[in-house]
Design a protein around this ligand. Structure first.
Ligand SMILES: NC(=O)c1ccc[n+]([C@@H]2O[C@H](COP(=O)([O-])OP(=O)(O)OC[C@H]3O[C@@H](n4cnc5c(N)ncnc54)[C@H](OP(=O)(O)O)[C@@H]3O)[C@@H](O)[C@H]2O)c1
Length: 283
């Protein structure tokens, strides 16, 4: 990692991705910004350029395989090989497995998992050719502890964690680093996308600022580590879950039911036109 490194960041139009793009650009990296919302990307590109950084907005729906290829080709044509890939784009859905529409489940796996794997496959050959690179995948604490009503989302994040572990072992001989980062709740638009309700991103109980996750990503790029959990206070919960999963079953079941009741109430109020929904458990 050096100033001028070429970074491809997915999900850069808001939250963790936007904060990471700002921070890495401030450290002199060239950031290619990918997401669907063109207006947000264009505004971010302008802000970064105004602050003296280098940025390129590449609007794309990562569910589309051709769009994924186009994004990587555009970066290579403009700046050269991607040296750092940050697979951050993703979304969740608050709902029981039986109540989650199949199209949502397919799309969630496509964006959260398949797009990550495909982009990784697209950048690896050039990283191998230049002899360095770093792939950083954004998972979640929910990728270690499955948390209803985010069961399907949790499954996608377990896949991110498992993929990152195998990939790290595959790419070790080539000097390419792989890091998986698992944040707890973060104050972003995640809850809005997951609930379909007008949720205030500032009101995630105990939520981290997206800038704090961006700083953890920056630290991992400077000193590569296999995995980061932010904030670290979630580590004991992950260890307890690994050692005594049935103990956690009880608490997670209760929390899931309480959250669903909360959500139903919020949806009912929203349908009546009276306001916003609370945020969910750790995504
Ligand atoms: N917020 C949390 O509490 C939390 C905790 C742990 C992990 N995470 C993970 O952190 C990552 C970033 O989420 P966030 O919290 O920053 O939420 P966010 O503000 O909702 O950001 C999600 C990003 O993903 C992009 N995205 C979604 N679908 C896409 C698609 N089909 N094609 C391209 N881009 C797409 C969105 O952009 P467009 O809508 O413009 O396409 C947006 O930029 C996600 O992987 C999420 O699972 C979040």
């Amino acid at each position: 990692m050096r100033a001028g490194s070429v970074v491809l960041i997915t999900g850069a139009s808001s939250g963790i991705g936007a904060a990471t793009a700002h921070l890495l650009a401030r450290h002199g990296m060239r950031v290619a910004l990918v997401a669907r919302r063109q207006d947000r990307l264009a505004a971010l590109e302008q802000e970064i350029r105004r602050d003296g950084g280098e940025a390129m907005a590449l609007p794309a729906d990562l569910a589309d395989p051709a769009a994924r290829r186009r994004v990587v080709e555009a970066v290579e044509a403009w700046w050269g090989p991607v040296e750092i890939l940050i697979n951050n784009a993703g979304f969740g859905y608050y709902g029981l497995v039986t109540e989650t529409p199949w199209e949502v489940i397919e799309r969630m796996f496509t964006v959260n998992v398949l797009a990550m794997i495909d982009l990784t496959r697209l950048v690896i050959p050039r990283m191998q050719a230049v002899g360095h690179g770093h792939i950083l995948n954004v998972a979640s604490v929910a990728g270690h502890i499955a948390t209803p009503p985010l069961t399907v989302y949790s499954a996608t994040k377990f896949a991110v964690v498992g993929f990152s572990e195998g990939l790290r072992r595959e790419l070790r001989p080539y000097g390419i680093h792989v890091t998986v980062i698992s944040p707890g709740p973060v104050r972003t638009e995640f809850g809005r996308a997951a609930s379909g309700l007008e949720v205030d991103p500032g009101k995630v109980p105990g939520g981290l600022a997206p800038e704090a996750v961006a700083r953890a990503i920056w630290r991992a790029l400077r000193r590569p580590v296999p995995e980061i959990v932010v904030p670290a206070r979630y580590l004991p919960a992950i260890w307890i879950h690994q050692a005594f999963p049935r103990l956690v079953d009880w608490g997670a079941t209760r929390q899931g039911r309480a959250w669903l009741r909360h959500l139903e109430e919020a949806r009912r109020r929203a349908a009546e036109g009276s306001g916003s929904a609370p945020q969910g458990p750790a995504p």
